[in-house]
Structure formats: structure tokens, C-alpha cells
Write a protein that binds this ligand. Sequence first.
Ligand SMILES: [Fe+2]
Ligand SMILES: [Fe+2]
Length: 171
Amino acid sequence: MLRLCFIVTDSSTLARKRVERRVNKYLSLCAEIEDTAARIYRQLAASSKIPGELKIILENLAHDEDDHAAPPRFALRFSSGSDFTLKSSDFAPAQALLKRAKELLEKTNQLNFDVGQAIEAGIELEQDFCRIHIDNSLEFKNDSLKKMFAALAQDDKIHNQKLFDAKTRFL
Ligand SMILES: [Fe+2]
Ligand SMILES: [Fe+2]
């Protein structure tokens, strides 16, 4: 009987560790996506074809994306797997978004985007980011973490609006 109890506890510990690893993988993906977005905006702002006022908007977006990488990193350091429930173990959409973001970063490294290309690239990214946040793979059991992550989705909606405003203003 004692032996049976030990086996049950042990397998649940293993299962918990497995969930924690998946959660950490997802959080790392989220942080890397935000880091890449920040680098894309900085690269767009550095283009010689972008006017000064739009550069400031893009640099501010880059700064916000830097801040967005903080909640997933905070959760990685200070939360445990029990703060989350995995809604899906399919991280393919997040992985695909990271891949596309990296490709876009590569392109912005090679080309000087003009105003139209820069704004369209930003809008495309933000729309996908909003979708990823809404449809993300984690459910939060901890209220403060939930609020932290909900704020990211809200911010990316605002980013989208800023880029649409820039479209009207600069194109
Ligand atoms: Fe973001
Ligand atoms: Fe954003």
C-alpha cells in the first residue's frame, strides 16, 4: 500500500514537471516574439526613408515591445506551473509567428523600408500578435499574472490603432 502511494505521487510529480516544461517553453516563445518585434520596430525607425515624426512613433512602439517581454520573463522566473493551465499543447501558431517575425527582421536588416512598407509591416505584425494573445495557449490561475498578460493584448490593439493613424497621416 505504501509502495503504491509512492508510485502515484511520483508519477504526478513527473506529470507536473512535464506541464511546467511546456509552460516555460511557451513563455520563452512569447518573450522572444516580443523581443523580435522590438528589434523590427527599431530597424524600421532606422531606415533613411522614414521621416522624423514616424521614427519617433516606431521607436516608442519598440520601447513598448521591450516592456512586453517583461511579463513572460517575470512569469518564467517567479511563477510555477500551477499558476497556469495549458489550454493547448500546440505551440505551432506561436512558433510560426516567431519564424515570420524573424524573417521580417532579416528583411528590415537588408532593406531600407519606405513609409508604406514600414506601416504595413507593423500592421501585419500587430494583428497577428493580438490574435496570439487572445488565442494563447495558457489559462491563468493567478489573477495578477492574468492581468499582466491581458494588458499585452490591450497594448497591441493600441499599437494597431497607432499604425492605422500613421497610415492616414503619412501616406
Ligand atoms: Fe507586443
Ligand atoms: Fe505591439
